[in-house]
Design a protein around this ligand. Structure first.
Ligand code: NAP
Length: 285
């Protein structure tokens, strides 16, 4: 799909790059010649991922253990990263999420999600942007949102408000930093099975309500599909896209918006349509 050297030599930091979607993006970037940097809280997870990616793609992967909720730690981490050379791209992917009735949430539970997703993304973005601006260097930021940044999400309210805040950051800074050559874009994924997402958001008690039948294209996303979109968005070929978030969800949120009637009619046969036309008096040509 891409020229092999699409991202050659580019230093791309992926927060949460040791697992799940983050790791899939790192693998894709590495396969296109990038020099990945990965960040997360668990050093051993990062080290294992780096070793495997290096073996598979023959590129060096830099790892940094850091908690993005801690502004001072992020600043110190970006100093260490920049000591090895400037980044070209930041991918804000680290997140936390869980299911809960919002009236039962403690302030600490609310903060646990908002601190990672909203504050962590902002701390990392400001740390990178400050350095790019000081050096007069262009850069790009890709934020992994969720479709709930656009629609809201009952029982996942802290994540929805935090991701909506990140989308607002994308739109704000696209204009503020555009004249400095810094692009900000987002991806809003639907369902991409990862152990992180499945463990937190798809318990067996929800069986039947979160399956592939809830997606217009009748399947969950594949990690390589998301990684390809990310590779395009961070590449020079997407150089005129900024302030925009792209939904990749197989039509899931639109199917939800269509309502139960629209969804039920997806499975109707000719006899059912004929009965419906007879009852409503409509003719189809
Ligand atoms: P995941 O594997 O659980 O990824 C979360 C990553 O974030 C982990 O590597 C984790 O590493 C890191 N992280 C968490 N808290 C951190 C912190 N305080 N500081 C630094 N790193 C932290 O889940 P995933 O499914 O791949 O999700 C990745 C992204 O995709 C998230 O932004 C998520 O909202 C988004 N998304 C996923 C789906 C899906 O269906 N999978 C759908 C929509 C959106 P440590 O625990 O080692 O810190």
């Amino acid at each position: 799909m891409f020229q092999e050297d699409l991202l050659k030599g580019r230093r791309i930091l992926v927060t949460g790059g040791g697992t799940g979607l983050g790791r899939a993006m790192v693998e894709r970037f590495a396969s296109l010649g990038a020099r990945p940097v990965i960040l997360g809280r668990r050093a051993e997870v990062l080290a294992d991922a780096a070793r495997e990616i290096e073996a598979a793609h023959g590129v060096a992967v830099e790892t940094h253990a850091c908690d993005v909720r801690d502004a001072a730690a992020v600043e110190a981490c970006f100093d260490r990263i920049w000591a090895n050379g400037p980044l070209d791209t930041l991918v804000n992917n680290a997140a936390g999420n869980f299911l809960a009735r919002s009236e039962t949430l403690s302030p600490r539970a609310f903060d646990a999600v908002v601190d990672i997703v909203l504050k962590g993304s902002a701390y990392c973005t400001m740390a990178a942007g400050r350095r790019w601006i000081a050096a007069g260097q262009p850069g790009s930021v890709l934020c992994i949102l969720t479709q709930s940044a656009l629609t809201g999400a009952p029982f996942r309210m802290p994540s929805a408000v935090a991701k909506a805040g990140v989308l607002s950051m994308i739109r704000s800074l696209a204009v503020e930093w555009g004249p400095k050559g810094i692009r900000l874009v987002g991806i809003a994924p639907g369902s991409f099975p990862t152990s992180g997402a499945s463990g937190q958001l798809a318990p067996s008690t929800l069986a039947g309500a979160v399956g592939e039948e809830t997606v217009a294209l009748r399947r969950n996303g594949r990690l390589d599909e998301l990684a390809d979109l990310a590779a395009f968005l961070v590449s020079p070929q997407a150089g005129y896209i900024t302030g925009e978030a792209i939904v990749i969800d197989g039509g899931k949120w639109l199917q939800g918006a269509a309502g139960p009637g629209g969804v039920a009619m997806q499975g109707w046969d000719d006899a059912r349509w004929a009965a419906t036309r007879a009852e409503t008096g409509r003719r189809s040509k």
